[in-house]
Every structure is written in C-alpha cells, then in structure tokens.
Design a protein around this ligand. Sequence first.
Ligand SMILES: [Zn+2]
Length: 471
Amino acid sequence: MSQNKSFYITTTLPYVNAEPHIGFAMELIHADIIARYKELCGFEVFFNTGTDEHGLKLYQKALGFGEDPQAYVDRYVTRFKELKDVLGLKEDLHFIRTTDSQHKKSAQNFWELCDKNGYIYKKLYKTKYCSGCELERLDHDLINGKCFLHPNLDIIFLEEENYFFKFSAFEKPLLDFYKNNPDFVIPNYRLNEIRVLIERGLEDFSISRLKEKMPWGIDVPGDDKHVMYVWFDALVNYISTIGWPDSMREFEKWWPVVQFAGKDQIRQQAAMWQAMLMAVGLPPSRQIVIHGFINYEGQKMAKSLGNVVSPQEVIAKYGLDALRYFIAREFNQFEDTDVSWDKLKIAYNANLANGLGNLVSRVMKLAETRLSQPVIVKSLIFDKELASFLDKFEIQKAMNYIWMEMGDLDALIQEKKPWESKDREVIADLVIRLAQIGFSLTPFMPETSAKILSAIKENKMPASLFPRKDA
Ligand SMILES: [Zn+2]
C-alpha cells in the first residue's frame, strides 16, 4: 500500500500497578473507534497501546510486596493485556511494554543521539518529587506539603548528580511549531494551555536517577551508575514500537503518529516529547487528541471512596457495546464527565433499548412480515458529514449525527405508516436506511452493527438487541 494510506494511532502507556480504570478504557475505545474507521476507509492501520513499567513508584510497590520488580510487572501486565478482549478492541492491536528488550535498546539509542546532538548534560539535582506522578513538584503544586494529585503520598526530597535534558533550548522551536500547526492539539484550546506554559519559560529536566538509590530503569548508555528517568524512557515507546531505529522503513511507513491522551498529559505529550523528537532530528507527532476525566457523582473516583466504576462492571450490567456506546456518546469527549449508575441506566433505556433496539425491531419486523426476500443493499460507505467528524476525531459529534439519522428514520416510519399501507417499496427504503445506520455504527459498536447487517441480509427480525433494564 502507498505511504499516504497508512495510519498510526496510539494511546498513552499507563503505569502497570493500578487496575485499568474507566478513564483509560475511554482512551482505548476512542482510539479503537478511529483505528476501525480508518481501516474501513482503506488505510493500513497501526494501533498501539501498552504499559509503562519502570520508575520509582513501581520499584517501591514491588519492594512492598517483597518481589523482584520484573516479576511484579510481569504479574500485573496481564490485566492490561486482557483489555483487548474485554473492550472488544481490534484484533491486531499492538501492545508494547517498556521492559521489552527492543524498546530498551531503542531508548538507549535515543539517549545517545540526544547526547551526540548536545542536548544532554550533568549537574546537581535538588528537587521535590512525587512518585505518584513520577514528576517534579514545585511549591505551588503542593497542598499541606503533599502533591495535589496524591495527598496520601509523601513528597520525596531528591539531591543527587543527574543527567539533564536541555528542554529550555526548545521554547522558540515549540512555539513556532504550534503557530504553524494550530490543529496540533485537539481540542485547540488545550494548545493554548501549553502555549501559555511555555511562554512562562521552560526549565531543563532531569532524565536520570542514581542506580544505587533507584535501579529500576533502563541503563544510561556509557554510565553504569545511572538509569533513565521513567518519562524519558517511556515516551520513546511511540517510535520504538514501530521499529526505530533498526527498521527505518517500518518507521517511515507509519510515522507521524496520532496520540490520544488525558488532560493531565498535555505537557508531557505535546511539549516534552515533541522537544525530545526535535533534539534527535525526528519529525513531530501528527496530532495530540486530549480527553477529559471521568468523575462519579461529582467526585473523583477512588478506591478509598468506594465509588470506582470499572469497565468490567458496566459490561456485566449492560454489555460490551453498551459500554462502547456510553463512552462514545454519553461521555464528554473533551471535557470532564460526571457518571452515575442512574445516568447510565437512563441513557441505556432511552437511547439503546427504546432508541436503537426498538428502531431495528420495528423496521425488521415490517421487512420480515411484508417482504418475501431480503432487500439487496449496495456496498456502503460513510456519509460525508459523519466522515468529516471522524476525520477531525470528533467521536461524540459523529455519534450524535448517527442518532439524528435514527430520529429521522423514526419520523419517516411515523409519516409513511407502512403497517397500514403495506407499501413494499417504502419498507425496502426503510431497510436500506437502516443498513446505512448499521454500517455507520461499525467502528463504534462492531457487534451491534454486525447483528443489524446480518438481520437485513436474512430478512429476519433479530432478538432484542438491548433489552430494557429496570433494576
Ligand atoms: Zn503526584
């Protein structure tokens, strides 16, 4: 296939120690929808996810369990690998671990090139550090002496000689790049946030740790006293996963990437990582798509609050395609979403049981009883308007468009009253419109879409797609 018909999309790589939560499920499902859409448009797609397995936090957790860090991450990684089946993700999803030997080698090559280009130096490092974030914390990030995101963790005072990355050299190159690429971050008001941050000035950041204090990382090339800082290692996964630097043909086939990430990752993905790419002379990412957070009844989800909604629970209650529907349409794509079990139930009954499920039953019941043969549906493609949303990664708007089409089809049935007229042409037309809706749903709800299209092919009313839930 020609180069312009290849498409590379990735999620971020979560730390492997926590249960996969619904926020990450959202990131994966958003990326899966776009990957499936692109494939249906004729692109060859590389879809990447994986796990971030180094750093202080994981090292401390492993020590806490009295376990070797490698054994610890090996044990926990399976819960993330399982997500492919749990969430119904594309079969050919690529899963990278930052402990893979190929990744480690790639990260070391990256370091060497950065160093050769003059962007790495050594100096004394004194800082306050949050192991929860694996980030430095400035005084204004602290509340009562603790990280604002991790009030249960102690801030660590670090003082050691470290290697530094000359981030400050990239203020102007980054600002120029954003200026020339106003769509680089979606939604674009997030680009303003990062621009403001950079205009305040960038500081070089430490990219190594003394091995005698924290050995759980990739060895710094040429210095056996240091391992790499976890972010510097993990961000390189986006190029190591497509073969950089050993298979440059593969790399060039796929690069640049579209990255899906949460709103707490803008600085790392849109600035740090882009500066790192500039430092080694590689082209920047294609686009960064930033999603919001998911809260429960106005509160952050937390184990300690007992309000965590897991993707598995939602699936157990409503089914996989209902979860994919909630995420794609009922959750805000770019802003925070407030969920509750009540809201999910209401949305399920209104839009899946009474909405989509009911519409399919109505049309297919008419078809089954009034038509002697299946309606022949010509090959289907995405509506222009729907495609224009998905080309801009606007998943929620794309879903709203499909539900609008469903509303139009409902209205048409009311208007034509085919159960009275028994007009076969009208019924066949309804079936063709339903086929278009079934096809449009393919990237979002693959199972449901297949059921609708096969019901049309067999000219049979399917079993209820979304039975009403009263509990
Ligand atoms: Zn923190």
